[in-house]
Design a protein around this ligand. Structure first.
Ligand code: GDP
Length: 205
């Protein structure tokens, strides 16, 4: 259902801060971070575009050579950072590179104190793949809240989309304190306000 109130969107102010190949190269671990992750092609760049309204933002993350990096964007000032984690699961990547990425992602999720929440994107037609579940488990290992964004919801009927939301919720029923789920469509700009609400809570905005 569309809300009538306009939600203030602080993410329209996001600007590129830096890229990092390793956790050690990230900015000082203070303030707040909210990370976006998902399989490659899950719709992460489109969702970031949709959220920030800044086309250039996701283009930075898609620049050849930057797709394997952690890309950081500031929201307001440098104490609040939006973190675009490298997409995982791309079939054509050699196994060793995949394993290195996984180690890097797990390490980031494990040690980053400023990290307040993980937005995990999954194509609504193919949710809960093995690597997605691994990401959720890594986050739960440190009691980090996870917000699952079921993307490309416009590809399904409303009813089908809603039953996938319920299915994913049910899968993590016992962890409901840490996990929220919503459907999202960058194409139709659906679900943006709900996403902003969750992020504002994590960023304490
Ligand atoms: P990323 O690899 O996770 O950054 O994914 P992209 O944002 O590049 O999207 C991958 C593909 O899915 C592209 O062809 C997009 O046009 C398409 N896509 C992304 N979001 C949506 C959406 O909300 N609806 C539809 N129908 N297609 C989408």
């Amino acid at each position: 259902m569309k809300s009538n109130t306009m939600v203030y969107n602080p993410y329209s102010q996001a600007t590129f801060l830096k890229s990092a190949a390793k956790v050690e190269q990230l900015p000082e671990d203070t303030g707040f971070e909210v990370a976006f992750a998902g399989r490659s092609n899950a719709g992460k760049s489109s969702a970031l575009n949709c959220l920030t309204g800044i086309r250039q933002l996701a283009r930075i993350s898609k620049t050849p050579g930057r797709t394997q990096l952690i890309n950081l964007f500031t929201v307001g000032d440098e104490t609040r950072r939006l973190v675009d984690l490298p997409g995982y699961g791309y079939a054509k990547v050699p196994m060793q590179v995949k394993l290195d990425w996984q180690k890097n992602l797990a390490h980031y999720l494990d040690v980053r104190k400023s990290l307040r929440g993980l937005v995990l994107l999954m194509d609504i037609r193919h949710p809960l793949k093995e690597l997605d579940q691994m990401m959720v488990n890594w986050a739960f290992d440190r009691e980090l809240p996870v917000h699952i964004l079921l993307t490309k919801a416009d590809k399904l009927s409303r009813g089908q989309a809603q039953s996938t939301v319920l299915l994913v919720r049910k899968h993590y029923e016992l962890m409901h304190d840490l996990l929220t789920v919503q459907s999202f469509s960058s194409l139709k700009k659906q679900g943006v306000d709900a996403l902003i609400d969750v992020m504002n809570r994590w960023f304490e905005l």
